[in-house]
Write a protein that binds this ligand. Structure first.
Ligand code: TMP
Length: 211
């Protein structure tokens, strides 16, 4: 049975580390795993990612939203839907919730509009499970600063209150969608977080009758 799991969290929440751990775990269990990410995942998406994160160009919040939606449409069409239709296990580093959290809560764009656009570009393909790694802003930004040695992308450069709003947004999404979104405390040591991620995955596998 095809399964789709997304990872979400603020900057430095440990999401990408846990994502890689999980990919290895699932491969060891014999699943045909497709690892992907947003922005990105397709050739178009990776170009949009470079534009959004790295290039020193002015991008308005609304232009940012539509660039993200464009890369998502391509990603779903070119990567996610074909993989799911072949019965693969898709894991995605950020997806629909990032837009609600960053462009909605962070930038202040209309949440209903974002949900509506998400529905269109994904054709309502929704993850079976979303792992939200929640952590303090301080912890997250400190980790990011450490990894990148102070080199920041467009989102990391945002002020603390932006990151606070994004975090709040994620937690509100989780509160509204308890069935899909699992909040895991990402402040802790990575092996403890890993154990909890694996437990969540095992639960979902059991729920779908997959061992
Ligand atoms: P990451 O490599 O940490 O996931 O960086 C991707 C950045 O893109 C992150 O700062 C959040 C941002 N982003 C949005 O603002 N909206 C979105 O919908 C997605 C998928 C990512």
């Amino acid at each position: 049975m095809p399964l789709f799991v997304s990872f979400e969290g603020i900057e430095g929440s440990g999401k990408t580390t846990q994502f890689e751990y999980l990919a290895g775990y699932l491969k060891n269990k014999g699943f045909n795993v497709v690892k992907t990410r947003e922005p990105g995942g397709s050739r178009l998406g990776e170009r949009v990612r470079a534009m959004l994160l790295k290039e020193e160009i002015n991008i308005s919040p609304q232009a940012e939203l539509f660039l993200i939606m464009a890369q998502r449409a391509q990603h779903v069409e070119e990567v996610i839907l074909p993989a799911l239709s072949q019965g693969k296990f898709v894991i995605c580093d950020r997806f629909i919730d990032a837009t609600v959290a960053y462009q909605g809560y962070g930038r202040g764009l209309d949440l209903e509009l974002i949900r509506y656009l998400n529905g269109i570009v994904t054709r309502n393909v929704t993850p079976h499970l979303t792992i939200l790694l929640d952590c303090d802003i301080e912890t997250g930004l400190k980790r990011k600063g450490g990894i990148r040695g102070g080199l920041k992308d467009r989102f990391e450069k945002e002020q603390r209150d932006f990151h606070e709003r994004v975090r709040k947004g994620y937690l509100e999404i989780a509160a509204c969608e308890k069935g899909r979104v699992r909040v895991i405390d990402g402040n802790r040591e990575k092996n403890l977080v890993r154990e909890e991620v694996i437990r969540s995955i095992e639960e979902i596998l059991a729920n779908y009758g997959i061992c």
